[in-house]
Design a protein around this ligand. Structure first.
Ligand SMILES: Nc1ncnc2c1ncn2[C@@H]1O[C@H](COP(=O)(O)OP(=O)(O)O)[C@@H](O)[C@H]1O
Ligand SMILES: [Mg+2]
Length: 578
């Protein structure tokens, strides 16, 4: 089944694509080019990005292209890392199953419960699969939806593939909202600059197109004055126009001219017209997310099955919901879900997250990410203790998939929930680790300071706090190339106190590497510190310690006259990495 074919929106409402001829022509022109090409399709919420991408995908599918779409999660947390790629790959794999060896390597993205491998290895697996899937006779279109919400893992895979598969017959369309893209797409754009990358910004529909859409969606004649008023007020935003068309159906044409409500007000009115039980069902569903597993909804404490099903039917009939697959419903637009969610008072929202958490525990106990998300959103001072393990499990899963930003937000959330110092120290050290991996050096250093303060207060765990920066160091981590004397003194003190046991040797190895990273470029002693760290690591025979020590060694050797030694260290690191 080609992913582009189970498009929910278009067709369902009986509408054909209106306008967008220039945009389609531009997309077709890009599709003609050789090699991998990327199109960044920008537009506000409701601008028609998904509709255009789906219509284009259908056209390409008719020409024999393989197409698949994946959605970045539109709610905070709750979805596994790199989810958009998981969706794409699951769709493709259903039609073109990967060879056994590739299937095994791809498992973290194809199944829900497979532990992650390294980021790079996973990217290589995706690459190998796509090379297999895109055979001589086919071309592939991948649509990544709403990448302004993409996690780092999704973007990393995109960058990896764009570079490694530069000559493959693949077209990637990434839709996004420019106003929400902020800084985090910048790095990806920079990395892909010049690599067959195109931008396409979706503008509003013209006055005539707005009139046509109004007529089509309302099933009524709409006079030119009304059409022009609506076009002006909505800026030609198709979602806004469609909502206005519904208003015309229920309240008549003059209503569309009379008051200038925003798109959320229009959605709100539509919801208000539903029976109270249906509203309740939709509100519960909105807490689950944009995509709703009906089994979870039915498993909520105290719901009446008949009422839920009636509510969902009402939602589908009024076009607020669609049914993308059996057993699933989906809010027709993310703004519908947001409006319902944001209109629910905070106190009730917390309770609802708690009920969703309970339902998930019963029917989807393996969904670690969603459990963590709802546990966090549901936590109150009295339930905090119970929530923390779930939040930590979600953070661990995210970190294992290298989705460090997600892991970071889970750890931050967990930190707000704990009130004992042992847990706080543990969480702070983990937070330092994910921030270090993310490359957020300053935040990692600050939290390391906090961890050290907690350890001192506890009178234990100081070495762990001092060595919490557990990530490959590829560039100096000294702020402004200044030495933090107090920190260095603390590390030296801890070194002196470690016992000569095996645990003490591991601790010394880590402390010596830490000392090297803190002092490189400032202190001749680094030569000896890093050499001793490496000796200890080899003696203990632990690969991750050897890598850490080699990493420290690398910084000492990073000078022109030690080129040969530097290369040997680099080679060994690469070999250990394989
Ligand atoms: N060119 C178009 N012709 C007809 N309807 C459209 C068009 N573009 C968007 N729509 C309608 O507007 C609504 C919002 O569009 P959508 O593609 O979901 O926006 P976005 O993905 O940019 O948020 C959908 O209901 C869709 O059917
Ligand atoms: Mg969309």
């Amino acid at each position: 089944q080609d992913g582009g074919r189970d498009a929910p929106e278009e067709g369902e409402e009986g509408g054909e694509l209106i306008g967008r001829t220039a945009e389609l022509a531009a997309l077709h022109a890009v599709a003609e080019t050789a090699g991998l090409c990327t199109v960044w399709l920008g537009g506000d919420a409701g601008a028609g990005k998904s509709t255009l991408a789906e219509a284009f995908a259908r056209r390409l599918a008719d020409q024999g292209w393989l197409t698949a779409a994946g959605q970045c999660p539109e709610t905070d947390g709750g979805a596994p890392p790199a989810w958009a790629w998981s969706e794409v790959l699951r769709r493709l794999a259903a039609g073109r199953p990967p060879a056994d060896d590739v299937a095994a390597r791809l498992a973290p993205l194809l199944t829900d419960d497979t532990p992650a491998t390294g980021r790079f290895l996973l990217a290589r697996a995706v690459e190998d699969y796509l090379v297999q899937a895109v055979r001589a006779d086919t071309r592939l279109l991948v649509v990544l939806e709403d990448v302004h919400r993409a996690d780092e893992e999704t973007l990393q895979l995109l960058r990896h593939l764009a570079v490694r598969l530069a000559s493959a017959k693949i077209m990637i369309i990434a839709t996004y909202r420019p106003a929400e893209a902020a800084d985090h797409l910048g790095a990806t754009w920079a990395a892909l600059a010049g690599r067959q990358t195109h931008r396409l910004d979706l503008h509003g529909l013209s006055d005539d197109e707005v009139a046509q859409l109004l007529r089509e969606r309302s099933g009524r004649e709409v006079d030119p004055v009304t059409a022009r008023t609506v076009a002006e007020r909505t800026g030609g935003n198709p979602l806004f126009v469609c909502e206005t068309a519904r208003l015309i159906v229920t309240d008549g044409t003059p209503a569309a001219r009379a008051l200038p409500p925003g798109v959320r007000d229009l959605i709100r009115r539509r919801i208000a017209r539903l029976p109270a039980t249906a509203r309740t069902t939709l509100r519960d569903a909105a807490v689950i997310g944009r995509d709703v597993d009906v089994d979870v909804l039915l498993a909520l404490d105290g719901v009446d099955e008949e009422a839920v099903l009636e509510g969902l039917e009402a939602g589908v009939l009024t076009g607020l919901l669609t049914e993308p697959a059996p057993g699933r419903v989906r809010f027709a637009h993310v703004l519908v879900r947001e409006t319902l969610y944001e209109d629910t008072p905070g106190i009730r929202r917390i309770r609802l997250h708690g009920r969703v958490f309970g339902a998930l525990e019963r029917v989807r106990p393996g969904d670690v990410s969603a459990l963590g998300h709802h546990a966090l959103a549901a936590a109150t001072p009295s339930t905090a203790g119970r929530a923390v393990p779930y939040v930590v499990a979600a953070a661990e899963k995210a970190a294992a998939l290298h989705a460090y930003r997600e892991a970071e937000s889970f750890y931050r959330g967990a930190l707000d929930l704990v009130d004992d110092d042992h847990r706080r120290l543990d969480l702070l050290c983990r937070l330092v680790g994910v921030q270090a991996n993310e490359g957020n050096v300053m935040a990692a250093r600050e939290n390391r300071e906090r961890a050290i303060a907690v350890a001192r207060r506890l009178g234990t765990g100081l070495t762990r706090a001092l060595t919490a920066y557990e990530a490959p160091v590829t560039w100096s981590i000294q702020p402004d190339r200044q030495v933090d004397e107090a920190f260095v003194a603390a590390v030296r003190e801890a070194l002196a106190e470690e016992p000569s046991s095996e645990a003490g040797e591991e601790a010394r190895c880590r402390l010596l590497a830490t000392l090297t990273f803190e002092l490189e470029g400032h202190d001749e002693g680094c030569e000896a510190f890093s050499a001793e760290a490496l000796r200890l690591a080899r003696k203990l025979g632990r690969t991750e310690l050897v890598c850490l020590a080699l990493n420290a060694r690398y910084f000492v050797l990073l000078t022109p006259h030690r080129r040969a030694e530097l290369e040997a260290v680099g080679r060994e690191l690469v070999e250990l990495g394989d």
